[in-house]
Design a protein around this ligand. Structure first.
Ligand code: NAD
Ligand code: DAU
Length: 349
């Protein structure tokens, strides 16, 4: 019988991961620990909140005494660590929050796991969910492999890189059983509309400007979130202890091409004239230190564990747009209140 702690389960990726584990493994007890920051939303988990193998606990991963107590009460056998401050733009204006949550929070969980599992590490696992941004930025060619040297360049990626190093340090120093995965950009339902795709979907619906940083030539490698959590499930159960796995979509898009594809699909779905939404594209000041290109080589995951992305991007994007159009209440809820203040501070009106 496994009892798994999922941190950040009320966020974007965490909610998909929690749903997958609760539904697929009725014999596992799943405890979702989330501080419910602006990015955490229990409405993301409405469909499973009554499941008998699911418990929600509101709390902060940086509160080490509280985390240790939680380990003692639930006797976790596994941890899936998703909780983080995740938005690069916010890390530029408020780096210390990222150090606190991403570095201190991760160390607090590692310490609690180490103490709880001391003398009996057999069958235990601390799985750390990380990002491809730790590898830095690529030029026109090449891919990030698991051997690529770390070169984080934003406060967000520096904090995630630091957390990865602590996870490996606990493995090497204390023999804590760990796994790490570094994934490329995710998209899909429940994505908070501060990130490029949901922000543009929201703005196209409302006929608001679509802010493109710089020339829109930066490249990201996009993966449907359900494919990401399927990869985590595969690695959690079949990956090797102490190893790192890269997860990516082999799906590179410049930001401008991606936003034009969004506009094209949404004009069709909303019954607007072809080309209407593209008129909303507005080039704005570039992000400070904006990484040019991310692209993952996921060969190890494919060859060792047989994982492949399941969706073509155009299809995944279409499913995502449909979800936002059918869940206008969710979108209205998360874009009220503080979101407006955040939006105005970053983009003006
Ligand atoms: P998110 O911002 O949507 O969700 C983060 C969750 O963590 C929220 O529910 C929030 O309430 C919770 N949280 C924040 N601080 C906390 C704290 N101190 N204590 C407890 N809970 C706290 O993030 P996401 O996009 O779902 O990303 C999840 C993880 O995946 C992060 O570690 C991120 O670095 C990583 N990742 C994200 C992407 C992506 O494209 N979104 C890609 C690769 C890796
Ligand atoms: O690569 C994985 C990472 O992907 C995750 O670790 C992060 O948590 C996640 O937020 C994401 O980071 P990015 O910075 O790549 O995602 P974002 O959606 O913020 O931006 C995608 C690209 O679009 C990036 O080049 C910046 C650009 N952009 C973004 C916003 C919000 C714009 O041009 N305009 C915008 O308004």
């Amino acid at each position: 019988m496994e009892t798994i702690l999922i941190t950040g389960g009320a966020g974007f990726i965490g909610s998909h991961l929690t749903r997958l584990f609760v539904n697929k493994y009725p014999n596992y007890k799943i405890v979702n620990l989330d501080a419910l920051t602006y990015a955490g939303n229990l409405n993301n988990l409405k469909d499973i909140e009554q499941a008998p193998n699911y418990t929600f606990v509101k709390g902060d991963i940086t509160d080490m005494e509280f985390v240790k107590e939680l380990f003692a009460v639930h006797q976790f056998t596994g941890v899936l660590h998703c909780a983080a401050e995740s938005h690069v733009d916010r890390s530029i204006t408020d780096p210390l929050s990222f150090v606190r949550t991403n570095v201190m929070g991760t160390v607090s969980l590692l310490q609690a796991a180490k103490e709880q599992w001391k003398g009996n590490m057999e069958g235990k696992l601390f799985y750390h969910i990380s990002t491809d941004e730790v590898y830095g930025s690529l030029g026109d060619e090449g891919f990030f492999t698991e051997e690529t040297a770390y070169d984080p360049r934003s406060p967000y990626s520096a904090s995630k890189a630091s957390s990865d190093h602590f996870v490996r340090a606990y493995h090497h120093t204390y023999h804590l059983p760990v796994k790490i995965s570094n994934c490329s950009n995710n998209y899909g339902p429940f994505h908070f509309p501060e990130k490029l795709i949901p922000l543009c979907i929201h703005n196209i619906i409302n006929k608001k400007p679509l802010p493109i940083y710089g020339k829109g030539e930066n490249i990201r490698d996009w993966l449907f979130v359900e494919d990401h959590v399927r990869a985590i499930d595969t690695i959690y159960h079949n990956g090797k202890i102490g190893e790192t796995y890269n997860i990516g979509g082999h799906n590179e898009w410049t930001n401008i091409a991606l936003v034009k594809e969004l506009c094209r699909q949404m004009d069709q779905k909303l019954g607007r004239a072809a080309g209407e939404s593209e008129q909303l594209i507005t080039y704005v000041k570039d992000r400070a230190g904006h990484d040019l290109r991310y692209a993952i080589d996921a060969t190890k995951l494919k060859e060792e564990l047989g994982w492949m992305p399941s969706l073509q991007f155009e299809e995944g994007l279409s499913k995502t747009i449909d979800w936002y159009l059918n869940n206008s209440e969710w979108l209205a809820n998360v874009t009220s209140g503080d979101y407006q203040k955040y939006y105005t501070s970053l983009y003006g009106a």
